[in-house]
Design a protein around this ligand. Sequence first.
Ligand code: MN
Length: 205
Amino acid sequence: MAVTLHTGDLPADLDLGPVVALDTETMGLEPHRDRLCLVQLSAGDGDAHLVHFPPNVPIAAPRLAALLCDPGVLKLFHYARFDVAVMRRHLGVASAPLFCTKIASRLCRTYTDRHGLKDLCKALLGVDLNKQMQTSDWGSATLGQEQIEYAAEDVLYLHRLHEHLDILLLREGRTQLAAACFAFVPSRAELDLLGWAGVDIFAHS
Ligand code: MN
């Protein structure tokens, strides 16, 4: 695994191909409150690219933003709702098209309620993910080597999970339903940012 650290934006000459795994690290779990600190990306080749946003530097990442809204690039997330909201707020663009491994898992693995990334990696790939750095401080001016390796790992298995989950969605006849849910994620993320985070707008009361 090679991890390349970039500051502020992706480099101009980087081509990550038609399917890109993405994750973010932030100062917390409130997308309207907590600052974006890091965006991790992988082409699915076992390598990762990290874009670090140091504190007190205004975020302007036109190349990353262009990738997020490129209609020819499928973005893979785990729990896309959060990453899409936080990048919508900081980079000004919605992410589409996308595939969310958590939504996919919920739709086709109805025999379990364990849909975390660690659970999926274990159940579908037999891989043990180390989530120890999840709660570390991502807001500092320089990231530690352990943080860098942990952050990179979060995007290394999304391509393989995507392949497994696509097969399960097809088997269960839920491919189209999943696609409709993925297409709604940018709107769901916008509702979160606008103040409807805790509200199911489809609920009767
Ligand atoms: Mn992560």
